[in-house]
Write a protein that binds this ligand. Structure first.
Ligand code: DHB
Length: 290
């Protein structure tokens, strides 16, 4: 990667065209929307609520299915930067077969969505159990040669157990965090705002949780950690890197700040490095630890 910023999964990652636009904004790598075996419509609206401090969403894992996604990957590859294929499944076999397809499509890594906070039978339901996670990772690692990332949920007291099980099973990196399970109620309608009732909270509201998770993961693991959650400027990106992240992902920040967020974060970090006498970004990774 030419810089440590990546587009996070879930936003602007459904089509080749939207992925290309994120590359233009300066991202160093692009993570696709999570793709499953068959096309899914997702939930009916409302699926997204904008809050003062982030977003609350329950899209319902809408995606065109792995077959149709070949075309989007072909288009996205014109960006000339690494594409990470995010996938979700309900079994280790399904994850492995999706990973194989993403590798065939030219993905330079796969990211396993083990952390969607509200989809029945997917995501967090599997991602809070260390044994289930280890089993999925073993199957995927046996199926592909590209690096495998596990995107984990903060909605558990077992994050470190899950991450260690993932590491022992051979995962190449941990991505932390996915959204926090959350809810909003419309007091006039006297009902939940989201059609799915529960959703995932993202944006600056979750940054303190994300930074804490990355800090703890850095202390517990040997493999790299990629930080995500509420990053929208160079300071918040550096917070994650100083906690121990080797790279950062930006999702909600694209919606809140604009597609230029990647380039802006990178120039801010470069200026900080010049002012403080750092020549290599890796010198800053984990510096907040004693
Ligand atoms: C969805 C998936 C996620 O992984 C998440 O954190 C939030 C929402 C979804 O598609 O609904």
């Amino acid at each position: 990667m030419e810089n440590p910023t990546m587009l996070a999964s879930g936003i602007m990652g459904e089509t080749g065209g939207s992925l290309l636009a994120m590359a233009k904004g300066g991202a160093g790598a692009l993570v696709t929307k999570s793709i499953g075996s068959v096309p899914r419509q997702g939930h009916k609206n409302p699926t997204l609520v904008e809050l003062e401090y982030g977003y609350l969403n329950a899209m319902g894992l809408p995606n065109p299915g792995i077959e149709a996604f070949a075309e989007e990957m072909r288009e996205a590859s014109k960006a000339g930067i690494p594409i990470v294929g995010s996938i979700f499944g309900s079994s280790a076999e399904e994850f492995a077969s999706l990973a194989r397809r993403m590798q065939e499509y030219g993905a330079e890594a796969v990211e396993l969505n083990l952390s969607c906070p509200h989809a029945k039978g997917y995501g967090m339901e599997m991602g809070v159990d260390p044994e289930v996670v280890a089993n999925i990772i073993r199957e995927v690692k046996a199926a592909v040669v590209v690096p495998v990332f596990a995107k984990l949920t903060p909605n558990t007291h077992r994050l470190i157990d899950v991450a260690k099980a993932a590491e022992d099973a051979g995962v190449d990196a941990i991505v932390a965090i996915n959204t926090l399970k959350a809810m909003r109620i419309d007091v006039d309608a006297r009902m939940p705002v989201l059609s799915n009732r529960y959703g995932g909270l993202s944006g600056p509201a979750v940054r303190g949780v994300g930074v804490r998770c990355v800090y703890e993961l850095f202390e517990a693991l040997k493999i790299p950690v990629i930080g995500v959650g509420g990053i929208e400027d160079w300071r918040s990106a550096l917070e994650y890197m100083m906690a121990g992240a080797v790279a950062v992902q930006i999702g909600s920040g694209v919606g809140r700040v604009g597609t230029q967020v990647f380039g802006d974060v990178c120039s801010g970090i470069s200026a900080y490095m010049a002012e403080n006498g750092f020549r290599d970004i890796t010198q800053l990774v984990g510096v907040a630890h004693d």
